[in-house]
Write a protein of this length. Structure first.
Length: 507
């Protein structure tokens, strides 16, 4: 392989006695986009952090451009022509885009920062890769997606030969993903090697040339994307086919109503919604980002005001004016951003699981029953199969899928009657997604009302007994049974209605 720029051979890495990488080998070529696929905890991020100089391997060798190297720090890796865009944003919000991009790598002349040269470099790279942002903008004013593009820009201006992108699209809107893909395509045309991690199947097949699969810290194989399909990729990653990912629906209809909305109005100018959620049902919500889905979910959790209507839980009217009232009424929310909204990352797993339900374990009105709390943590660790070193471990140290399970455990600990999922599987692997799907179905069959919003249409279709489609802050259609199919949903999502089937709400 004359175009092979990198070889990592027999790499081993352990953390606190746990083997994260077990004799793993990996290589990549110039002018290729190389996908790393696998479940959370499979070792993808670990091997890339070794390449980026964040971790030192416990064994194995790295060969770059035919010469053996060893990186003791990220600076060593960057000097060798490797740039990595991490999952976590690293900007200083109070500084401008310009200042963030050159932070710690300032160009100087005569001992002073050469701002003119830096600005010329920045503008050249922004034009080269089609990024339209004002360099003087304070980063705190940017959207999460724009901040992610700034992270990518910080790497591009260093002109690396190998560009590593670790789940950069999880925070990007659809148009921003296409901007990123154009950047990746241009890097490929320039003869650079691009290594890309994503948990979105459609992205892997759209942009990748080669895909390498890791499982449980071991290398499985490398295959051209052109010779791979979704079923084969999933089976290599988790040992199951696509048909096994979603649980079967409960065919027996229940008359028991868990949740009922009457004339429910989230926005003053939106049409009222009537909805009944029966025992065993999962209600899906579909729509393009920004059409009111998150507000609809959050309003039921007491986090967004409503314009009218009533909510009944098991036949009793519930007051949901704030999150405290919602929790007391038995409403739980698994939020869309686990790191910002769902977890206290520097706190222990135990604290994160317990914080929402502490009042349920008080003794004498003052003290927390420590034994009961330990039992609760152990119950959900086992029930949700959370991979963790112990209850005292910081939540930040867990993989994305296990962090999301801790968020779910926190919400389940309040013993909810209604549970709301807002993008529950964003940024987690297909194996963890499958576990979440079976948990959702199990909760529904136990008599918990389950409402799910996801931007992943396959997820909505695979999980839902009814689908509410939202457009411009309104529920414009309600689909069930055979009506839940992609073309029907997409027509309503785009605001053009459906030619046949489905209950349509008149505007």
């Amino acid at each position: 392989m004359s175009d092979c720029i990198l070889k990592m051979e027999h790499i081993t890495k352990r953390f606190s006695g746990v083997t994260a990488l077990d004799d793993v080998s990996f290589s990549c070529e110039k002018g290729k986009i190389h996908i790393l696929a696998g479940e959370n905890g499979a070792g993808k991020s670990t091997i890339l952090k070794i390449l980026a100089g964040v971790y030192l391997p416990d064994g194995g060798t790295i060969t770059l451009r035919g010469e053996q190297v060893r990186f003791h720090s990220p600076t060593d890796s960057q000097k060798a022509g490797i740039g990595m865009v991490f999952q976590e944003l690293t900007q200083i919000n109070e500084l401008t885009i310009f200042e963030n991009v050159f932070l710690s790598t300032e160009r100087t002349r005569g001992g002073l920062i050469n701002r003119k040269e830096q600005l010329e470099i920045l503008e050249r790279y922004m034009e080269q890769y089609g990024l339209k942002m004002d360099p003087s903008t304070i980063v705190d004013r940017l959207s999460v997606g724009q901040k992610q593009l700034v992270e990518i820009l910080k790497v591009l201006v260093r002109d690396p030969e190998i560009v590593i992108l670790d789940e950069p699209t999880s925070a990007l809107a659809a148009d921003e993903v296409q901007i990123l893909f154009r950047i990746m395509q241009k890097l490929k045309e320039e003869g650079k090697a691009v290594i890309f991690i994503s948990h979105r199947m459609e992205e892997m097949f759209e942009i990748g040339d080669l895909v390498t699969v890791f499982k449980d810290g071991k290398y499985i194989d490398t295959t051209p994307v052109s010779e791979m399909d979704t079923d084969l990729l999933i089976s290599k990653m988790v040992g199951r086919t696509l048909q096994d990912i979603f649980p079967p629906h409960n065919s027996a209809e229940s008359e028991e109503v868990i949740l009922e909305l009457k004339g429910y109005q989230v926005f003053p100018d939106s049409e009222p919604v009537d909805l009944r959620v029966h025992k065993g049902e999962v209600i899906g919500i579909a729509g393009l980002t920004g059409h009111g889905q998150t507000e609809f979910i959050n309003s039921l959790a007491g986090l967004h005001h409503t314009a009218g209507g009533t909510v009944e839980i098991r036949g009793k009217e519930a007051r949901l004016k704030n999150s405290s009232q919602a929790v007391k009424s038995g409403v739980a929310l698994v939020p869309g951003d686990r790191k910002q909204e769902g977890l206290m990352l520097i706190q222990s797993i135990r604290m994160n699981m317990a914080v929402g339900s502490m009042g349920m374990r008080k003794k004498y009105g003052l003290f927390i029953d420590q034994k009961a709390e330990r039992g609760m943590v152990e119950e959900y660790q086992n029930r949700l199969k959370i991979k963790m070193a112990g209850a005292a471990q910081e939540a930040s140290e867990l993989s994305g899928g296990n962090q999301q399970k801790v968020v779910l455990a926190k919400e389940l600990a309040i013993r909810p009657r209604v549970i709301l999922f807002n993008e529950p599987t964003k940024g987690i692997d297909v194996g963890s997604k499958r576990e979440f799907y079976y948990i959702m179905r199990d909760l529904a069959e136990q008599g918990v009302a389950v409402l799910l919003y996801s931007s992943d249409l396959m997820e909505v279709m695979g999980m839902s007994d009814q689908v509410l489609v939202m457009y411009e802050n309104n529920v414009v259609a309600r689909l069930s049974g055979d009506e839940i199919e992609e073309e029907q949903i997409m027509r309503h999502i785009m605001g053009v209605g459906a030619e046949k089937g489905g209950e349509t709400y008149e505007r």
